[in-house]
Design a protein around this ligand. Structure first.
Ligand SMILES: [Zn+2]
Length: 64
């Protein structure tokens, strides 16, 4: 069910090419540099800047 960790290693933020981190609920990939979250839908990360959600508008992230 959880996103493959090797896949997570391969994926990078499409905007800054930086590392992504899995959200607490494993339903999004967080770019801390851009403060964006790329949603994961049915185990498929949506790596589109247009589909990304602002980190402060994402309900399932801790802020630390
Ligand atoms: Zn980024």
């Amino acid at each position: 069910m959880a996103l493959n960790k090797e896949l997570l290693d391969i994926l990078a933020c499409p905007q800054c090419k930086g590392d992504l981190e899995l959200s607490a609920q494993e339903d999004g990939l967080i770019c801390r540099a851009c403060e964006l979250v790329y949603p994961i839908q049915e185990d498929i990360p949506i790596m589109l800047i247009d589909e990304a959600v602002k980190l402060d508008q994402w309900p399932n992230t801790s802020s630390d």
